[in-house]
Design a protein around this ligand. Structure first.
Ligand SMILES: Cc1ncc(COP(=O)(O)O)c(C=O)c1O
Length: 390
């Protein structure tokens, strides 16, 4: 049986350059905060990596705050900005997000609503998977004095649509509202520049770009203060205490550098494969439909497909039995028997949302993976339909 990995949006294989960088750096003894030679040597390596990353994503090196994950960076941006904006009297308790954010944005915002007096406003999204700009504009026009921050993802992790960040940024800037974006799925896949986007903060994560799991960063505009979540040794501008994960950071930057160097050629290769995958599926299953858009503002690798009269959990296991790894949506909520909030925000019924799967391609995939999937798909769908109880 072949093994085909089509879950690159959940996590990518670690790239060879990142792995080598990780191993080499792990041999270096020293806490980067220590003042002796060991510590200073590791600190130098981290600072060189920071400079390199800054050049790659269009920010100043002092704007990078390394974290332990994308989830942590999102929590820091949202809670940190909310607390900071509400500490000095004037109440700005509204948090504006899109209705199909990743749980790492949705849940901290809702937590602030449950425990800290926030009000979360979810801007609707279109059937194709784009934030409704006129709805966003209306919310901002009506409530700009009350808004603590806006957080809208750069690209959606389940359907792959890339959001109109320039337009979103213009709306935020007109009323001087801090704008954060979760760019976890975009880094290394589509062009990304912190300074060009006019953001106060941006989240990235290593393991979606060929780096190790457990490293992320919040890019936080110079001069902007937020309230820390972690308190301790005062690392990272006193915003994120904790000993720096030097090996992880250096591997993260090596992976990002390699992904950005090959961004265009990878995007062409992967988006061609994605179109082949959609065509192969639709040639075997005539009522299968793509959620999101086939071309235009979309990530090269994510294809979310509905298979009417099936149940996605069963589908996932049937594909797995054929050696094909895919996903029912966000890996972070896998195991939780919920229909995708992303697909429902896009106007699908719960039943439709429960019949959808995400296939996500990466640099390791090739034509033969699509050909293999084509040989199994009819069998998988027939079995899923036979077991489907409606
Ligand atoms: C859009 C998005 N944001 C945030 C995260 C969380 O990142 P991490 O796994 O580094 O915590 C993910 C991971 O699935 C994601 O896809």
């Amino acid at each position: 049986m072949s093994r085909v990995y089509l879950d690159n949006a959940a996590t990518t294989p670690i790239s060879e350059v990142a792995l080598q960088a990780f191993i080499e750096q792990s041999r270096q003894l020293g806490n980067p905060s220590s003042l002796h030679t060991y510590g200073r040597r590791v600190r130098k390596d981290v600072e060189e990596a920071r400079e390199k990353l800054a050049g790659l994503i269009g920010c100043h090196s002092s704007e990078i705050i390394f974290t332990g994950s994308g989830t942590e960076a999102n929590n820091l941006a949202i809670k940190g900005a909310y607390w900071h904006r509400n500490q000095s009297g004037k109440q700005r308790n509204v948090i504006v997000i899109s209705a199909f954010e990743h749980h790492a944005v949705l849940d901290p915002a809702r937590w602030l609503e449950d425990f800290e007096g926030a009000e979360v406003v979810e801007v609707p999204v279109t059937r194709e998977g784009f934030v409704n700009l006129s709805e966003l504009r209306n919310v901002v026009l009506e409530r700009h004095d009350e808004i603590a921050l806006i957080s809208i993802m750069h690209s959606n992790n389940e359907v792959g649509t890339v959001q109109p960040m320039d337009d979103i940024s213009k709306i935020a800037q007109e009323f001087e509202i801090p704008l954060h974006t979760d760019a976890v799925q975009s880094l290394g896949k589509v062009p990304l520049s912190f300074k060009d986007l006019g953001l106060f903060a941006m989240t990235i994560s290593a393991h979606k770009v060929g780096g190790p799991i457990g490293v992320g960063a919040l890019i936080l505009q110079k001069g902007i203060d937020i309230t820390p979540i972690l308190h301790g040794g005062g690392q990272e501008r006193d915003i994120r205490s904790g000993t720096l994960n030097a090996a992880g950071i250096i591997a993260f930057v090596a992976a990002t550098q390699s992904a950005m160097r090959d961004l265009e050629s990878n995007a062409v290769k992967i988006s061609t494969l994605r179109k082949k995958l959609v065509a192969a599926i639709q040639s075997e299953i005539s009522d299968a439909t793509l959620n999101g858009v086939l071309e235009g503002a979309t990530l090269p690798g994510i294809a979310n497909i509905s298979f009417p009269n099936t149940e996605s959990d069963a589908l996932l296991l049937l594909f797995d039995a054929e050696g094909i790894a895919c996903s029912t949506g966000s890996a972070c909520s896998a195991g939780v028997q919920e229909a995708s909030h992303v697909l429902m925000a896009m106007g699908m019924s719960e039943k439709e949302a429960r019949s959808s799967l995400r296939f996500s391609l990466g640099t390791g995939n090739s034509d033969s993976d699509i050909e293999y999937l084509q040989t199994c798909i009819k069998r998988v769908i027939d079995r899923a339909r036979a077991a489907f109880r409606g």
